[in-house]
Design a binder for this molecule. Structure first.
Ligand code: AKG
Length: 316
């Protein structure tokens, strides 16, 4: 485990508007929890029975995993499509209660991340896909309307844990039902998290093998436990790993905090690298290919030269 773990600060407030939000986040761009905000009747209404009844027989596609820790890199889960009523029954069962009619394992875990109408083209919007329950939720207006990107419904089994990843947009995660542990790392920790794409290959950040991941001890993690009604601000590029303690229902809202032209118009998840970064990476791929035409010793030397140039640009 890394040396010092910081705690995400909590701000208690009933009203969360853009001005208040900016005054607490703009300068530092670090995670913050807003507690006590009025998010509507959802905190008292969204129990398993109400959700099963309201969302009913509409179909949804979810992750099903025999283990607690979902791993996108090794794909230790399967996608299954089932009715919401059935999904809620399965995902809300108490920890340790086996299922007779399981897909993979009697103790399998479930995780839903809602998607748009056309999953390839549209972003998730809880007010469009799940109006029946969206009416119970007041989304805090912490950004301009034109910056809105998506609002994602997330429903998870007790103890299910989502892989460590980053997103490219600012995000508020609103915890409605159940509590949830979050571990966050600042963008500067990129070199220590053994990333593959936008996801870390470290599956269990609470039990990291120092021989396999020697650089992990250099990370500067932040920890938080969300209670029902809490809203956590997760700034773009902050890595996060999320574990539901109980049956968990949350909604997160992404918005384009930078100029809209930076974002990839084909991105429906909010996690595709910004356009200039994607172009730069294509340039790097091309450089690697070009250097591979040289004899090994020369390739090594000129690769080091390019790394030094990139490092210099970071230090300038
Ligand atoms: O709460 C969760 O289950 C995951 C949240 C998340 O990954 C996000 O808000 O970007």
């Amino acid at each position: 485990m890394a040396a010092a773990v910081q705690t995400v600060p909590i701000v208690c407030t009933h009203k969360l508007d853009k001005q208040f939000f900016d005054s607490h986040t703009e300068e530092m761009r670090v995670p913050k929890i807003f507690r006590g905000v009025d998010i509507g009747a959802c905190t008292s209404k969204w129990n398993a029975g109400y959700l099963a009844e309201s969302l009913g027989d509409a179909k949804t596609t979810v992750h099903v995993c025999a283990e607690e820790k979902l791993d996108f890199i090794t794909k230790n889960f399967q996608y299954k499509t089932l009715e919401f009523r059935e999904y809620i029954r399965r995902s809300s069962r108490p920890l340790g209660q086996p299922l007779d009619d399981y897909f993979i394992d009697p103790h399998e875990k479930y995780y839903l991340r809602s998607l748009g109408e056309d999953v390839r083209k549209d972003t998730a919007n809880i007010h469009e896909q799940h109006q029946q329950i969206a009416k119970d939720l007041i989304l805090p207006q912490v950004f301009l309307e034109k910056q809105f990107f998506s609002s994602v419904l997330r429903i998870a089994s007790p103890c299910s844990q989502l892989w460590t990843h980053y997103d490219v947009m600012d995000n508020i995660l609103i915890q409605v039902v159940g509590s949830k542990d979050i571990l966050l790392f600042p963008p500067e920790d990129y070199p220590y998290l053994y990333m593959r794409g936008d996801k870390s290959t470290i599956l269990d950040p609470d039990n990291v093998d120092p021989l396999k991941y020697p650089l992990y001890c250099k990370t500067s993690p932040y920890r938080a436990t969300l209670q029902p009604g809490d809203i956590i601000y997760i700034p773009a590029l902050w890595f996060h790993n999320v574990k539901a303690r109980d049956f968990s229902v949350a909604v997160n809202v992404f918005w384009k905090n930078l100029d809209a032209s930076f974002y990839d118009s084909r991105d429906v998840y909010g996690n595709k690298d910004l356009m200039p970064a994607a172009r730069a990476q294509q340039g790097v791929d091309k450089a690697i290919k070009t250097l591979s035409t040289l004899p090994a010793q020369y390739k090594h030397f000129f690769t080091l030269k390019i790394i030094a140039k990139l490092q210099q640009s970071l230090d300038d």
